[in-house]
Ligand binder design. Structure first.
Ligand SMILES: Nc1ncnc2c1ncn2[C@@H]1O[C@H](COP(=O)(O)OP(=O)(O)OP(=O)(O)O)[C@@H](O)[C@H]1O
Length: 238
């Protein structure tokens, strides 16, 4: 199928994907335009991370197609997707113990508005820790570094996989501020996977909910926030 508009960034069409023979995502179709911010919600194990992994080309795709800026990338390797502008912040953060904070940032740098100066403005803590090694950081600092590293490739789309997981409330507030700034001030296109549904809905314009590998809800984030009963039914949050 053809691209449906000049500002379409990513489109999945009837995608089924999983690991080996097992199929986790079934028949998922989703279009994301430049400047969109999307909360990807759902209970544990419904396939949220698998959907991000599929966008990055890290699952086994059984059916369907993935299009990036009008081109079919279904069979394109992960590193080429990253070069093309897909910035992924995995749940595991993946720091290198033998690289300093600054080295983590400079090794992946690509030209664009995000450079060390801008990163250190947004994450002053990383500037303070710039000579610390990857294994000498708190969980919150690691998460900031993971996001900063993805920004250094100057992505067109940022995929955040549970960025607040396991972090102290004060760090969550700090990170929330940063992500809000990315979305509202920089107009960055983002997908945020988050267990804290209300937090994610407060950050984004649009929300989808997955259940057992399928999209079961797609609406404005505000509309879902306003319908607490429905939200609780869909994601069972407090
Ligand atoms: N590497 C893998 N190999 C095989 N199965 C996997 C792998 N990773 C995830 N799965 C399975 O795929 C399904 C979806 O997992 P996924 O991590 O995408 O869910 P999720 O919605 O992100 O959950 P969570 O919120 O717990 O991270 C689960 O049944 C999980 O066990």
């Amino acid at each position: 199928m053809k691209s449906n508009g000049a500002n379409e960034l990513l489109a999945l069409e009837r995608v089924s994907a999983g690991y080996g023979e097992s199929v986790v995502l079934e028949n998922v179709s989703l279009t994301l335009n430049e400047g969109d911010s999307l909360a990807l919600l759902g209970r544990n194990g419904v396939g949220k991370s698998t959907l991000l992994l599929t966008m990055m080309g890290l699952t086994r795709q059984h059916q369907g197609s993935v299009r990036w800026r009008g081109k079919d990338i279904t069979r394109v390797a992960t590193y080429r997707r990253a070069h093309a502008g897909l910035g992924w912040v995995p749940q595991e953060r993946l720091m290198y113990p033998s690289l300093s904070v600054e080295e983590h940032l400079t090794v992946v740098a690509r030209p664009g508005e995000w450079d060390l100066k801008k990163i250190y403005e947004v994450f002053p803590r990383l500037q303070e820790r710039r000579n610390n090694m990857g294994n000498q950081l708190s969980g919150g600092e690691q998460q900031m570094l993971a996001i900063a590293r993805a920004l250094m490739i100057n992505p067109r789309l940022l995929l955040l996989d549970e960025p607040m997981e396991g972090l102290a409330p004060i760090i969550v507030q700090e990170l929330l501020g940063v992500i809000k700034r990315l979305v509202t001030d920089s107009g960055m296109t983002v997908i945020v996977v988050e267990q804290h549904a209300r937090m994610a809905l407060g950050l984004t314009k649009r929300a989808i909910v997955l259940d057992r590998g399928q999209i079961v809800h797609d609406s404005d984030s505000q509309a879902l926030l306003d319908d607490g009963e429905k939200l609780d039914r869909l994601v069972a949050v407090a």
